[in-house]
Design a protein around this ligand. Structure first.
Ligand code: LLP
Length: 444
């Protein structure tokens, strides 16, 4: 389809900076993503709907491959997973990081090669480990001492399972307390400073069923600076050198996790991927040379930076309420499809779609439809003063950790996911219906 763009349309490039690069303003306040007008998607698929720009996902995968040509890039499935997403990531040459039997099975049954998958988790269930061994997962990342004997005992006698050790490098980084994982006051990994990591390494090396391929760390999420990665990298190389000195073992792999930060609103900082790749490579090469180590194969595990900016949440306005000084714009989704504002105080920049307003902007708070006063999607954002029920509201940078953390609160049903690409829209994940809930509820 062709999309008419008004020549006199203000080039709101700044405002669209956090949108997928395919985002195109249309006449009368419309907006197209992936060549499809958002209003058309809302009419055809109803709301709330999550729109995923396939070209943006693929482009971001390619940016990673280009920035890290000598490293493995694993997409962190927890950010968002569906069979369509698995296909795109696979076709673009990325590997996969999963943290449950569910994510693993979905990926493998969608055709993703199991040997290109890494399994994480601070508390892996018997089902997680059984699925990993049955499907032949590439690496299992050991996160606590008790896992060592559990995995070794579960591996068949003639097989060796490749494993890594998750190390806490003692680096604090990340966009919020709840997503900082590089220091010892949180549940993930084994400590570098108290000897926990070294002890685990020694025990793994004593297990003939396990092949220790390398070390892993993940210092946090939504990190916008390169420096914490370099500090962590230096410490990980130091540990690799100590392992070589103690055990005479040179580990061939080093996985530095994900956490690469993105802008959610225009003007916010994002991690510079090219700089990250370049400086990590330099640090790795120099650090290994100084320690007399061969350079290990590097891996990174981005989730948010691959899929976050490719997603747009589409809502219909249900009610507008003026209360004292405040204007509440209530939409047909909320904390059940996006818990991030409630959990982390995350801020978004919603945009009214398809309304040619002359009313001027005023400050409003976009709230959801759930029975909780804290059900806020975006507080104090500028919206046209005449916003009214029936209007369409779109929230960019909605692709990561929204639907994957969606809940069943109030039995509202999780939204549909629609892929857009080169002027075509197609359903990736259908909307959750009352029938889905009813069929799980066995009855009295
Ligand atoms: N690798 C490991 C071992 C991880 O635990 C994570 C994320 C990643 C990679 C990917 O991190 P990313 O590149 O997506 O930042 N729900 C939170 C984020 C939690 C991240 C958990 N682990 C949020 O909405 O901000």
């Amino acid at each position: 389809m062709t999309i008419a763009v008004l020549p006199e349309m203000p080039a709101d490039a700044g405002e669209l900076s956090v949108w997928p690069s395919s985002a195109t303003p249309l006449p009368h306040g419309g907006l197209a993503v992936g060549g499809v007008p958002l209003s058309e998607i809302a009419d055809r698929f109803d709301t709330p709907t999550y729109v995923l720009d396939e070209g943006e996902v693929r482009g971001r995968c390619r940016t990673y491959r280009d920035a890290f040509p000598d490293a493995d890039v694993l997409y962190a499935a927890k950010a968002f997973l569906s069979r369509g997403m698995i296909r795109w990531v696979q076709e673009e040459g990325l590997d996969l990081d999963v943290c449950s039997a569910g994510e693993l099975e979905l990926a493998v049954t969608a055709g993703f090669p199991p040997e290109r998958i890494v399994l994480h988790g601070n508390a892996k269930s018997p089902q997680d480990l059984a699925a990993a061994l049955r499907l032949g997962v590439g690496r299992i990342v050991i996160d606590s001492p008790s896992e060592i004997a559990r995995i070794a005992a579960a591996v068949g006698p003639s097989v060796r399972q490749k494993v890594m050790v998750r190390v806490v490098p003692g680096v604090s980084a990340g966009g919020h307390d709840k997503i900082r994982t590089g220091t010892e006051d949180q549940k993930f990994g084994l400590s570098l400073t108290d000897g926990g990591a070294q002890h685990a390494v020694a025990r793994i090396l004593g297990q003939p069923q396990l092949e220790l391929t390398g070390l892993h760390c993940h210092i946090g999420s939504q990190i916008t600076e390169v420096k914490p990665y370099l500090v962590a990298l230096r410490r990980m190389i130091g540990l690799m050198a100590r392992i070589r000195d103690t055990h005479g073992v040179v580990l061939p792999e080093l996985d530095m996790g994900g956490g690469h930060g993105i802008a959610y609103r225009p003007g916010e900082p994002a991690l510079d991927l090219a700089a990250l790749a370049r400086r990590m490579r330099t640090e790795l090469v120099n650090g290994c040379a100084a320690a007399g180590l061969p350079v290990p194969r590097l891996a990174v595990e981005p989730g948010r930076a691959v899929v976050g900016p490719a997603g747009v949440a589409l809502y219909r306005v249900l009610a507008v309420k003026h209360t004292g000084e405040k204007v509440f714009v209530a939409v047909d989704g909320g904390m059940s499809d996006n818990p991030r504002p409630v959990l982390y105080g995350a801020r978004y920049a919603p945009r009214l779609i398809g309304c040619h307003s002359t009313a001027g902007l005023r400050t409003a708070t976009v709230v959801g439809r759930h029975c909780e006063a804290g059900d806020i999607l975006a507080s104090d954002v500028p919206l046209p003063g005449d916003v009214h029920p029936g209007d369409l509201l779109a929230v960019p940078v909605a692709g990561a950790y929204q639907l994957s953390m969606a809940s069943g609160y109030n039995l509202v049903g999780r939204p549909a996911v629609v892929a857009v690409h080169e002027g075509t829209a197609r359903l990736l994940v259908r909307r959750e219906t009352l029938e889905d809930y009813r069929s799980r509820d066995i009855g009295v």
